[in-house]
Ligand binder design. Structure first.
Ligand code: F3S
Length: 282
């Protein structure tokens, strides 16, 4: 059994930067993070042991405490509240998310109704909405456009981890529903590279293993893409979840990982596949 790893997989630029900065800051003393720093429970646990405590809100923090804003960003009012409390902010909002926030803010100022293509409850979408004005709407899938009210001038941005397929389907629908449409493609290049590499690899193997947090939107999307390529696909968080029958009889097993999956977790998966009789190819 040959084990093939996707050409692009695992930590993206924004996550790497956030993790490195958090470990460096925690080395100087305890710090807090508003929500889990990344959507990967195993890495969040490693951060906790290094002194990065996850908090759901900052009501229990005191002036002078350090608070990380993770790569998803936060709405501007949350930043203001944290500053008013006297917290030291370590803002690790990914620059690509920051770009989507700025486009949303500018579109709102120019009088467009902002449409955010993404998952309503995802923290990144919530952060973008904070800049998008009161009449902004979130569209998850093309069918959603049928039940929503739109104005005639629409300005569109995407959650950075969207697929091009979903984004373009929604944009096409909005084209029919508006008189003026301004679109900013804010899908991050790391996302697209990982999606393209996963799709190519899925076409070459018998089984796909997609590694990453179950709460990670970009990992789930990689798994969906591989399934759509018609390959048996398993979304796992850690190596121990691999079942012998998944890979039994497979000539080639493909492995990819979301942008928030650390290398050490992926390496664990490869090692487990080697114990199942696999050999790393390419
Ligand atoms: Fe940033 Fe793209 Fe990663 S938006 S956090 S570089 S997936």
């Amino acid at each position: 059994m040959e084990i093939l790893l996707a050409d692009k997989a695992g930590f993206c630029f924004g996550v790497k930067r956030a993790i490195n900065t958090a470990f460096e800051a925690a080395a100087k003393g305890k710090i807090f993070c508003l929500g889990p720093l990344i959507h990967n429970p195993q890495e969040v646990d490693r951060l906790r042991r290094a002194g990065v405590e996850t908090v759901d809100d900052f009501s229990s923090l005191k002036a002078g405490d350090s608070l990380i804003i993770r790569s998803h960003g936060v709405p501007p009012r949350v930043l203001e509240q944290a500053r008013d409390r006297g917290l030291t902010i370590i803002d690790l909002t990914c620059p690509f998310v920051g770009k989507a926030q700025r486009h949303a803010e500018a579109l709102n100022k120019e009088g467009y109704q902002v449409v955010v293509v993404g998952e309503k409850k995802h923290p990144e979408v919530q952060s973008i909405l904070g800049y998008a004005g009161d009449n902004a709407v979130v569209v998850e899938k093309a069918e959603d456009t049928e039940s929503l009210e739109f104005q005639s001038r629409l300005g569109v941005v995407a959650q950075t981890t969207q697929t091009y397929g979903n984004f373009s389907e929604i944009v096409l629908k909005l084209l029919r529903l508006s008189k003026e449409l301004k679109i900013f493609n804010t899908i991050c290049s790391s996302t697209k590279e990982r999606q393209d590499a996963a799709r190519v690899l899925a076409g070459q193997v018998d089984v796909m293993l997609v590694v990453g947090g179950r709460n990670s939107a970009n990992t789930s999307r990689l798994a969906d893409l591989c399934k759509r390529e018609g390959k048996p696909t398993y979304h796992i968080e850690v190596a121990d979840e691999i079942r012998h029958e998944w890979v039994k009889g497979a000539n080639r097993v493909g492995v990819t990982a979301g942008a928030s999956t650390p290398d050490w977790v992926v390496e664990g998966v490869i090692e487990k596949l080697i114990t199942e009789g696999g050999k790393v190819g390419r």
